[in-house]
Each structure stands twice: as structure tokens, then as C-alpha cells.
Design a protein around this ligand. Structure first.
Ligand SMILES: [Zn+2]
Ligand SMILES: [Zn+2]
Length: 377
């Protein structure tokens, strides 16, 4: 249904606002301004919920409150600013991260390491500090989280972070491709570039780790190992393509990987954010192996490793953000793989209604749901 456009001031929306550290998400009626010249107003159909939303809710990363979070939005373009050329009203889109396009990593073709990532994605405002949302009392509410704030009926994105998807694609499923799923799949396909016949071990079988497992199967890796402490996740990992699973509570994962791979894996991925597990991920790779870090640890967290165990065998430890993905190229590829049945990420998903958003967060945190998707429109 059409919401009222109050013309000058914008339109009425319903959104989940976090007003204090630790939450909860409160559904409120707010007013959202019109898109600026480079912005795209999107009617949100559904949005994934990602670990980073909880990190921002809990101020583990410094994010201003009150704020509308949500950064895995999918929806239909409602209107566009005057300079927008890539999309028109009616286009189905997935929203992803927004790079600045002007800094040196952006110019070098690595926008996932944009130096303005923090203000653009976590600043709770546009880069110039402005916000577009006001609450019922007329007070500003922080928004533009990952240049979207998708926990609402409408979101203001930017031409730079909307990804057009086919009209017949299952839109309500696709939001998580914009962050968690592309992070895991892209780490394997874009950054590590795991090849056919190679071995990979993934530490942490959540949404990111399991996406890496599926991607490893797509690229033809022949030894795909998942390590976790939750038996149900290990079962799912097997279903999605893991050739071996390790319960790290029951056996030493480093020894187990060395045994399975006869010395060590070609690649490892650390998807837990736990420093002790990073050390295992480094120890589990073979000579010339690469360990990718995708798990978000608390700001300032230290990790440790045996220096000679890295230097002598020529190991590489690499930070990977957003799966080194260019979303406008990579997300359509993942959609096509899903359509062909080769990337069944729908098996990670559980749907919730908008008013169950706090339940979705709880289920995600206690591990009963791997990837919650909130149905909004
Ligand atoms: Zn940049
Ligand atoms: Zn995320």
C-alpha cells in the first residue's frame, strides 16, 4: 500500500529503532526525507539480519544511537534522485555496502577496502553528517547504516550500493547476498580464488562460513572441511558440500585438519572472530597456504601466532572484507548460481515477520537460526 508522501518533509515509514545500547529494536512511525540527487528510495520487501547489526546495537563498534540498523535489504525502487541513471522506479534491487569511489583503494578497484567504510557504513548519517529521518517528536534519528538502514518499510540507498537483480528472482530471499553471503562466497571465489582440486578449511559454520563451503563446492575444491562446536551446523555443512566436519569441542581441529589433508590445508578461513581460533586457522594451513580473516573480532582485539610457523613455510594471513566483492558484478552471479541449484543458500534462512525482529535477533545470537530474514513489505 502507498504510504502518505508528505511532500516537503518526506514520507511516513515504519522502522525498527535502537534507542539504547543493547536494544531492543522498537517499531516506530517516522518520517523519511526524499532522495538526494544520487540517492535511491527503496520500498523494502525483506531484509537479512547480520551479526554486524547486533554489533552496532550493542555498541561493540561505535555507532551513534538512536539509529535504524539493517544492511541486507532487498526491495523495489520507489523513486530516484535526479542524477541516478542505473535504476528506475519498479526495478528489483539488493542493497550492499557503499564505497566512496574516490579514495585510493576505490580507485585501485578494491572498494571493499574503501578508507571511508567506517563513516559511510557505521556513521549513522551521510558522509556530510546529515540524516534523513525524524521521529514522532520531530527529533532526528540516525540512519544511512551501510547507506541503507533497511530495518524499515522504506530505505534511502545510493546509486553506488543498489544492485539490480532479475525481475523473476526470489527477491525476499536475496537481501543477505548484500553482506553475509557474499562475504563467505566472495572470500573463496574472489579473494582466496580457491581452485579445483584444492583443500579449504572453514572455522565457524555460520552464515559466512557455510557460504564459503557452498562456494568451495562450486569452484571444485575436493577437500572442504568445516570446523564448529554446534553439531547441527556441522550436519548442515555436510549437506551443503563439506567433505569433512570437525567438532572442535571433541577433537583438536589443527591435528584433525593435518590428518585429513596429509599436512595442512591449502586455504583456511577464520569466520568466528575468536583470537584463539585464528591461531588454529593459521596452524591448519600447509606450506604456502593462505589464511583469510573474515570474522569480526571486537575492536582492539589481539591475535597471536608462531612467527616461524608463518615465515618458514611462507604462509600468508589476509584480511578480507565483504568477500572482496564488487556487488554489482558478484551478486548477479550468486543469484544465477542459486537459480541453477548450485548455491542453495536458502537452506540457511528462516523468515520472520517485522514485529518478530527481536526474536530474530535472539535466535541468531543463540545459534538456532543461521540467517534470519525479516519480511517487511
Ligand atoms: Zn573509497
Ligand atoms: Zn553484515
Amino acid at each position: 500500500m502507498e504510504t502518505t508522501d508528505t511532500s516537503k518533509s518526506g514520507r511516513e515509514i515504519k522502522a525498527a529503532v535502537v534507542r539504547e545500547k543493547g536494544g531492543p529494536f522498537q517499531l516506530e512511525t517516522l518520517t523519511l526525507g526524499k532522495p538526494r540527487a544520487d540517492e535511491v528510495l527503496v520500498k523494502i520487501v525483506a531484509t537479512g539480519m547480520c551479526h554486524t547489526d547486533m554489533v552496532a546495537r550493542d555498541k561493540v563498534y561505535d555507532v551513534p544511537h538512536p539509529i535504524i540498523l539493517g544492511h541486507e535489504g532487498a526491495g523495489i525502487v520507489e523513486s530516484v534522485g535526479e542524477d541516478v541513471r542505473e535504476v528506475v522506479p519498479g526495478d528489483p534491487v539488493v542493497l550492499s555496502y557503499l564505497p566512496c569511489g574516490k579514495c585510493s583503494p576505490c580507485l585501485l578497484g578494491q572498494p571493499f577496502h574503501c578508507v571511508n567504510t567506517y563513516p559511510l557504513c557505521f556513521g549513522g548519517a551521510r558522509l556530510d553528517g546529515s540524516t534523513a529521518t525524524t521521529d514522532a517528536d520531530g527529533n532526528p534519528v540516525h540512519d544511512h547504516f551501510f547507506a541503507q538502514s533497511s530495518f524499515g518499510t522504506f530505505a534511502l540507498a545510493n546509486e553506488g550500493n543498489v544492485v539490480k537483480v532479475p525481475k523473476d528472482a526470489p527477491l525476499e530471499l536475496l537481501g543477505p547476498l548484500g553482506c553475509g553471503i557474499q562475504t563467505g562466497a566472495g572470500a573463496v571465489m574472489n579473494s582466496l580464488r580457491v581452485g579445483a582440486g584444492k583443500s579449504l578449511v572453514v572455522f565457524g559454520a555460520g552464515a559466512v562460513g557455510l557460504s564459503a563451503v557452498m562456494a568451495a563446492r562450486v569452484v571444485g575444491a575436493t577437500t572442504i572441511i568445516a570446523a564448529d562446536v554446534v553439531p547441527s551446523r556441522l550436519e548442515l555443512a555436510k549437506e551443503l558440500g563439506a567433505t569433512h566436519v570437525i567438532n572442535s569441542k571433541e577433537e583438536d581441529p589443527v591435528e584433525a585438519v593435518k590428518k585429513i589433508t596429509d599436512g595442512g590445508a591449502d586455504y583456511s578461513l577464520e569466520a568466528t572472530g575468536i583470537p584463539a581460533v585464528l591461531r588454529q586457522a593459521i596452524e591448519a594451513i600447509d606450506v604456502l597456504g593462505i589464511c583469510g580473516i573474515v570474522g569480526a573480532a571486537p575492536l582492539g582485539a589481539d591475535g597471536s601466532f608462531d612467527i616461524n610457523d608463518v615465515m618458514i613455510p611462507g604462509k600468508t594471513i589476509r584480511g578480507i572484507l565483504q568477500g572482496a566483492s564488487i556487488p554489482k558484478i558478484f551478486i548477479p552471479r550468486l543469484v544465477e548460481l542459486h537459480t541453477q541449484g548450485r548455491f542453495p543458500f536458502d537452506k540457511l534462512v528462516k523468515f520472520y515477520d517485522f514485529d518478530q525482529i527481536n526474536q530474530a535477533a535472539e535466535d541468531s545470537e543463540n545459534g538456532t537460526t543461521i540467517k534470519p530474514i525479516i519480511r517487511i513489505g
